[in-house]
Design a protein around this ligand. Structure first.
Ligand code: SF4
Length: 347
């Protein structure tokens, strides 16, 4: 089977016109690759365009405030990508005179860049012979060649990598890598692949073995943790407390003080919990409103969140800053908090 030739022939006819494919600029390619990690093209596209408008080159990004980067990223999730993007832009400014490195090992050493992203930048920007191995590529290789190894194990991934390397053509690695990813995204899709239109359907292992629905194989099942959170929007002399997180999934974003419980308890029980009593001891307060639960799903967590609006003029909270209510929406916030604020007025 002339694997690469078939793929490239299909790609030349069927590819989408995406802006990051019309450039060899490693900055733009890197930006697109970071945005598209765990993100669909349709969701990532406006962010890509917005970032390029605000930061046309790597020095503009490096010289920006982190809050501005996170604010532009707001709503895209996996915020460590934005923090790493900013860190790496500063690193390239300070260590490479602002010029993106042009070899695989230096690219791989950048923060936030793994084996897949390094191969993508190396091949797309510099046409270096490194295979991309992402979810789309694994699915295609697994089905076409009947690779039954679990891709989320070390040896399993290595097997896919070796096959991807073997399949690289003698030249034009960039087009081959783009083609195999596009093929996985548009044709050999996770569900309902378009086998009847596929150039590999005569030889495809999965199609003939009736294994399209079971390949590729995965070992780990994601465990979802349930969390029960009560955000406290405390109005103190017409200002509200927030803190910039410096840990966890929302590091760098601002959030209200909160109480967390290991199970779902009634609001009446929250009011008599030790956490609540300790927070409000020796202060007067009134509760202005309590929201219904907001359900927010993340890859490994399901959050059930209630927002309380409270007035207290004598409360003091260490490690929190106070903001005018009309300034809060200028801060980088989680999508969850932003959703609440767009539909609820802070009293
Ligand atoms: S025949 Fe179907 S399963 Fe096989 S490569 Fe083509 S689209 Fe994928």
């Amino acid at each position: 089977m002339r694997f690469s030739e078939n793929l490239i022939a299909w790609y030349n006819i069927s590819k989408r016109d995406l802006p990051w494919r019309n450039t060899k600029d490693p900055y733009k390619i890197w930006l697109s690759e970071i945005i598209l990690q765990q993100t669909k093209v349709s969701q990532g596209m406006p962010y890509y365009l917005k970032f390029l408008k605000n930061f046309p080159n790597i020095l503009d990004l490096a010289n920006s405030e982190e809050d501005k980067v996170l604010k532009l990223w707001q709503g895209l999730g996996y915020y460590s990508r934005a923090r790493n993007l900013h860190f790496t832009a500063k690193y390239i400014r300070d260590n490479y005179n602002g010029v993106f490195p042009n070899n695989y090992n230096d690219i791989l050493s950048l923060k936030g860049v793994g084996v897949y992203t390094a191969a993508a930048i190396s091949s797309f920007a510099f046409n270096l012979s490194y295979p991309v191995v992402d979810g789309n590529v694994i699915r295609v290789l697994s089905r076409v060649f009947g690779v039954e190894s679990e891709f989320d194990t070390g040896p399993g991934f290595q097997k896919f990598y070796n096959i991807a390397l073997e399949m690289l053509p003698k030249h034009d690695y960039a087009t081959h890598n783009q083609a195999i990813m596009e093929f996985g995204a548009l044709l050999c899709k996770p569900k309902l692949p378009l086998c009847s239109n596929c150039c590999f359907n005569e030889n495809c292992f999965a199609l003939h073995a009736n294994k399209v629905g079971v390949l590729p194989r995965k070992k780990k099942k994601i465990k979802i943790k349930n969390r029960f959170i009560h955000y406290l929007i405390i109005n103190n002399k017409d200002k509200v407390f927030l803190r910039k997180k410096n840990e966890g999934i929302w590091s760098g974003l601002y959030q209200f003080p909160f109480l967390e419980f290991d199970k779902n308890i009634s609001n009446d029980k929250v009011l008599i919990s030790n956490n609540w009593i300790n927070l409000f001891k020796n202060c007067e307060y009134t509760i202005s409103s309590v929201s219904s639960p907001f359900i927010h799903k993340l890859t490994h967590q399901k959050l059930s969140v209630i927002f309380w609006q409270i007035k207290s003029d004598d409360i003091k909270l260490k490690n929190f800053m106070k903001f005018q209510t009309n300034k809060i929406s200028d801060l980088p916030l989680s999508k969850l908090i932003d959703n609440y604020l767009t539909s609820n007025y802070i009293i």
